[in-house]
Design a protein. Structure first.
Ligand code: NAD
Ligand code: MG
Length: 394
């Protein structure tokens, strides 16, 4: 078996840790080329000790000095690099076969694109990069020989429910994509009941264990909105052919409806190691460490319509998908600022939607023709959102 070299961007996060868990189960298949992390330097040092990458990348000089100190006693040297250019370098190095894009937020865009442009097998967890720059991202993909595999459990499920190598879904009789949503920790709550919820409550997801940003996004349902935009780009489907289905058990990870009445679903226990293992080995299958699904244990699968009225972030995301242009980039940037402000206890939970709404109302949308234009929309929306947060801060 040929050993494949993997770079894990965002190795210290929830997806990064799950990726390394799967990788460690298959030493005959995968060898770690590079790991990156931002703040959890001792976790990154421990991962370096275990996986012995050639490079470790961090985002600032102080962290690099700290990490070098922690790695000083290792017999095999690991080179510690710093910054976005280094992330791009370890994503595009000619020795790399697979890149796991698991940095959270807009910071993931440049290194993920670098991996696409360098024709890698790209495992995409960083949905924000598609939301921000979907058109440019998909263009880059088309003009490369990169293979893009979705890690988001819903998109990975849809990918598994489609025939291989078929790109025009209407030509193969797909009528709708049905995107599963757990409903998050506040399913069934009114907006009024959610006014005073804490970051701890918002981050306590009933089915999935994830990083803080995506946990808050799951609680506001912004995550499902971002995923709708992600699905439109990945599968070249119009937004009105993607339907959100609330399914509280998180056992069916999404479904594809065909014109003959067939609906094909992918099921499994809610553990990200399943989509990670699927994408790592695709088109083969490998063990992920996830326990078998016991349908008798699950017994009940329920479905509901999403509640747009009490979860305005979902409506805002759908609206920005309809507007197109750079509206999703504005939505994403404002949301990142608002979620951080909520996590820092500067604004309330329901004010996240207010910040995003105001930022969208303030923006004049234009076609993002270049990455620079995308970055400009992102920066502008962030500074508006940050100023708005300061204004409403109580
Ligand atoms: P996380 O917060 O647990 O980890 C984020 C990783 O990115 C960490 O390694 C962190 O050090 C790094 N990072 C953060 N800011 C950075 C910056 N400015 N520059 C460089 N690196 C930075 O997040 P997560 O839950 O693992 O999610 C990662 C991505 O995967 C997100 O885009 C999320 O939407 C997506 N995703 C996650 C899950 C999940 O189950 N956790 C499921 C589907 C999709
Ligand atoms: Mg998801």
């Amino acid at each position: 078996m040929i050993l494949q070299q993997i770079t894990v961007l965002g190795a210290t996060g929830s997806i990064g840790v799950s990726t390394l868990d799967v990788v460690a189960r298959h030493p005959e298949r995968y060898s770690v080329f590079a790991l990156s992390g931002n703040t959890k330097v001792s976790v990154l040092a421990e991962q370096c000790r275990k996986h012995r990458p050639r490079y470790a990348v961090v985002m600032d000089d102080d962290t690099a000095v700290h990490l070098r100190g922690l790695l000083a006693t290792l017999d095999t040297p690991i080179e510690v690099l710093v910054g976005t250019d280094a992330l791009c370098a370890v994503s595009s190095d000619s020795e790399v076969d697979i890149v796991m894009a698991a940095i959270v937020g807009a910071a993931g865009l440049m290194p993920t694109l670098a991996a696409v442009n360098a024709n890698k097998k790209v495992l995409l967890a960083n949905k924000e990069s598609l939301v921000m720059a979907g058109h440019l991202f998909m263009q880059a993909l088309k003009s490369s020989s990169a293979v893009l595999l979705p890690i988001d459990s819903e998109h990975n499920a849809i990918f598994q429910c489609l025939p291989q190598n078929k790109h025009d879904l209407s030509a193969i009789g797909v009528s709708k994509l049905l995107l599963s949503a757990s409903g998050g920790p506040f399913r069934g709550w009114s907006a009024d009941q959610m006014k005073n919820v804490t970051p701890e409550q918002a981050c306590a997801h009933p089915n999935w264990s994830m990083g803080n940003k995506i946990s808050v996004d799951s609680a506001t349902l912004m995550n499902k909105g971002l995923e709708l935009i992600e699905a439109c780009w990945l599968f070249d489907m119009p937004a009105d052919q993607v339907e959100i289905v609330v399914h509280p058990q998180s056992i069916i990870h999404s479904l594809v409806q065909y014109i003959d009445g067939s609906v094909i679903a992918q099921l499994g226990n809610p553990d990200m190691r399943t989509p990670i293992a699927h994408a790592l080995a695709w088109p083969e299958r490998i063990d992920s460490g996830v326990k078998d699904l016991d349908l008798f244990d699950v017994s009940l699968l329920e479905f509901e319509r999403p509640n747009f009225a009490d979860f305005p972030c979902l409506e805002l995301a759908c609206e920005s998908a309809r507007i197109g242009l750079d509206a999703p980039a504005v939505l994403n940037a404002a949301n990142e600022i608002a979620v951080q402000a909520f996590l820092d206890r500067r604004i309330g939970f329901t004010q996240i939607a207010d910040v995003v709404k105001e930022s969208l109302s303030n923006a004049i949308f234009s076609e993002p023709r270049s990455l620079i234009a995308v970055q400009e929309s992102d920066t502008k929306a962030r500074s508006f959102a940050a100023a708005y947060v300061s204004r409403i801060e109580s």
